[in-house]
Design a protein. Sequence first.
Length: 242
Amino acid sequence: MKKSIEGYIEIKKAGDRFRTKIAWLDGNHSFSFGSHYDPANTHHGLLLVNNEDYIAPMKGFNTHPHQDMEIVTWMLEGEVEHKDSMGNSGIIYPGLAQRMSAGTGIYHSEMNSRGDGRAHLVQMWIPPDTERIEPGYEQLDITSELAKGELIPLASGNKDLAAIRIQQKDATLWVGRLAPGKKIKVPEASHVHLFVAKGSGALDNAGELAQGDAARLVRAGCPSWTAGPKGSEVLIWQTEMP
């Protein structure tokens, strides 16, 4: 952990995550999830769940409920088919941002409907700023924006940012597919979570991070992230604690 007068940065290595390994699922959990519980590792800022999942062909999560949660799914490889009790259905693929607001209650399923390979995704949960809202669903293809090679807002409750809308005014999720050597500034907030979804890179004041590693920033300013020799894809949550 690197501390400074502004705050600190804590590094969490990929291999230190909780792991769920069953016949059809290889899941890695950044925070306490399901049967895995550590009272000292339940969230970072508003981010409650950051699950990196590999789902076997023709398998997945059967219909199950959620309530009062904002859920964002980001595909890295392959695709999953989403169906929910509101009548929404569709294929989620790399470059498609997807958000589901559980609100008063929703049922959904997520299945790898392809038979030629595993689906690889990151699913993230944050609490809404208003409970008991009507459930909602939104998706948007941002492939053309990603191709610019910059950090872009994927999901946000900030009305001034053009992104998938979430019911949480104090949170924004940024994504970047960055070329080798590309340098960006990490957004500043009281709590920031940087997850290396693909590739590698270096974070100022914290060192090298590889795929699956994460940095938890607390009042740490806006250090630079530099993509590694094969580039990097990063997911960065910028949250303020109420």
